[in-house]
Design a protein around this ligand. Sequence first.
Ligand code: GDP
Length: 449
Amino acid sequence: MYKEERTNDTIAAVATPPGTGGVAIVRVSGPEAEAVLNRSFRRGGGASGPWESHRLSFGKILRGQEIVDEGMAVLMRAPKSYTREDVAELYCHGGTAVTRMVLEAVLLAGARPAAPGEFTRRAFENGRIDLAQAEAVMRLVGAQGEAQARAARRQLEGAVSHGIVEVRQKLTEMLSQIAACTDFPDEIDEAPAAANLIAQGRALCAQLRAACDPSRARVLETGLDVVLVGRPNVGKSSLLNALLGEERAIVTADAGTTRDAVRGTLEIAGVRVNLTDTAGIRQTGSEAERIGVQRAKEAAERADLVLAVLDASRPLEADDEEILRQARQVRCVVVLNKCDLPRAQGMPQGMAVSARTGEGTDALRALLEETARSAQSGSALLTQARHIDAAQRAAGALEEMVAAIEKGVPLDFAAVDATAALRALGEITGEDAEQSVIDAVFAHFCVGK
Ligand code: GDP
């Protein structure tokens, strides 16, 4: 963990956004936080003496001798605070001038202005969070939608960090196996040890590559895309509605009415599932239908899962065959709808459901759940460019290690590659990050965070 030149002066900044608001917060962190508070805040009711930690007090805010506002203040004693230092917060009226005066009050009382991201940087330097978690703070602050916010929160909770720490532990074990082989060549048989290292190297490499998989990252960010394809009138819209449990798509008995894509969203196993019902895939002369068919093909190409819907009560048509042929090229499940009606001859294998009676829709839901779960399981999932870059370099180093061992290169050379992989991963959590990398991460922060 990065710990050199730990600063321990007392810093202060406005934590709320610039402009006018109901309340503004001025934050102070460092060993002098309580002293700064005592000089800039007069508690009501004549209270004095040491502050009780984590308890809000009402009082007057003083810039020197001048009362600039009245408000609340709290002291959060180390280590139970954002930075793991003593932290004081003053809540004042949220006007631009007032807020500036309150900031001046704490600066006059002994704090110095904080640099961008300095509070979070202290949380990192004091070991409360690692570098990936510090980045998550920024992502959470900047998140535009719920999915992004959720992904950032997971990263803040340590989802990325834990995965990386786990892989680093395995790499450290591999390095000690290599060291054992090279230190005690007479006692350890190198051939099985080498085979073992190759297997472990390959497994870790696959794990890292999977963690960088953009489609898995996208599932977490925006949800699992499930597309229903099929000829007009096989019951796609009805099935979509049955899954959503509401009348989302328009259902009619005329072939080719669902010309545009109809969408609906479900949340299954904590993952957002975006269902899209496309216009029927059919060779057609109608312009609107042709566009719809084109969209269906495109949507199916991008989908995480395609449900190829057939009308099980009617014999397969050429269009059905074409749909099945196309669907086989992607991740696809064949759904035999209208199983409440007598089944036609020559149906392929598939999941029998009835959008009308609801039969089989539970099984279909279970399938979606399984897909959603498998999309988020496995190792840490990386979504930030800096992390993906480091993990790819680590995977590359492991590939070189495996290739070198396979060529029969002495094992101590393999240690060089394994160490490179270990270092690359250490950049993600900050355990092995250059000062410049750390500086770059915090450079994107705003003042007060
Ligand atoms: P789409 O064109 O594939 O979206 O098909 P629709 O959902 O519009 O359904 C076409 C027709 O089939 C409608 O008349 C539905 O009521 C009927 N339908 C849909 N699902 C079923 C089902 O499971 N059983 C039966 N008997 N009819 C169904």
